[in-house]
Design a protein around this ligand. Structure first.
Ligand code: SAM
Length: 242
């Protein structure tokens, strides 16, 4: 079982990913870049006193050594006890729950709402249908203007995935699901806004938010996320006489 595999690799996971990142080896060739990018998105939320985060497949919690613990409240789900044991030693402020996130949010957290729902290097364990179900299910737990951020070996298009597969044939895992942004976009609920941020040919982020909620909250001044950048674009408020 997948869970057993993660339990087995837990004790060397941090060392292995850092080494692969240093040597730029797939699949963790841009591991640090990916975590740093997500932590800067989280840290840029100056208007929030405390940023509420849910992490799906938190693993050894490396992301949270990059964000200020006093500004965040994190609930981290993972079904590997061994990964969580290591995470607990590193991040005593995070709430860790040993749980399969595919089974939904644990009952005791269902009344929580989050500013970010994050998942790094875990969605390659889900096939396309499982990923779509996960996205559509977890969005209900976002605060208005909240974002779901998925980071992994995520390709912009099919051609980039083929190029990477040819380059890294030895480390390309046929059992993993390396998702393709262009294919996901066509299958996702139309009320959602999706952006892809490319960190390397094989590593990227997908940021998903609820367009409907954004539009409601900013009725007069519609604010939209600009795809592929971290900038916000806002239309100037028009006076009624114009
Ligand atoms: C490759 S590790 C990534 C860990 C961490 N997010 C990181 O970026 O270093 C994937 C993690 O997701 C967890 N995971 C995968 N599928 C899961 C599921 N359905 N429910 C809970 N945890 C899951 C694994 O146990 C593992 O700790």
């Amino acid at each position: 079982m997948l869970q057993d595999i993660y339990n087995k690799i837990a004790s060397t996971y941090d060392q292995d990913v850092l080494e692969m990142n240093r040597l730029e080896l797939f699949p963790y060739d841009h591991y640090d870049d990916l975590l740093t990018t997500i932590s800067s998105i989280i840290s840029s939320q100056d208007h929030l006193e405390t940023v509420q985060i849910l992490d799906l497949g938190i693993g050894t919690a490396n992301l949270y050594s990059k964000v200020m613990p006093e500004r965040t409240q994190v609930v981290g789900l993972d079904f590997s006890r061994q990964m969580l044991e290591i995470a607990k030693l590193k991040c005593p402020n995070v709430t860790f729950v040993c749980h399969d996130f595919m089974k939904g949010l644990p009952e005791e957290y269902k009344h929580y709402r989050f500013d970010f729902i994050v998942s790094t290097y875990a969605i390659h364990d889900l096939d396309t249908n499982q990923l779509l179900d996960t996205i559509h299910y977890y969005l209900q737990f976002l605060n208005p203007m909240g974002k779901l951020i998925l980071g992994d070996n995520l390709f912009l298009d099919y051609e980039s995935s083929i190029r990477t597969k040819e380059k890294y044939l030895d480390s390309w895992n046929e059992l993993s699901h390396y998702h393709i942004y262009n294919q996901l976009v066509s299958k996702i609920n139309a009320n959602l806004s999706l952006s892809y941020m490319k960190l390397s040919v094989s590593t990227g982020l997908i940021i998903i938010e609820n367009v409907h909620e954004c539009a409601l909250q900013f009725e007069e001044n519609l604010v939209q996320y600009v795809s592929n950048t971290m900038k916000w674009k806002s239309n100037p408020i028009r006076k009624k006489s114009e």
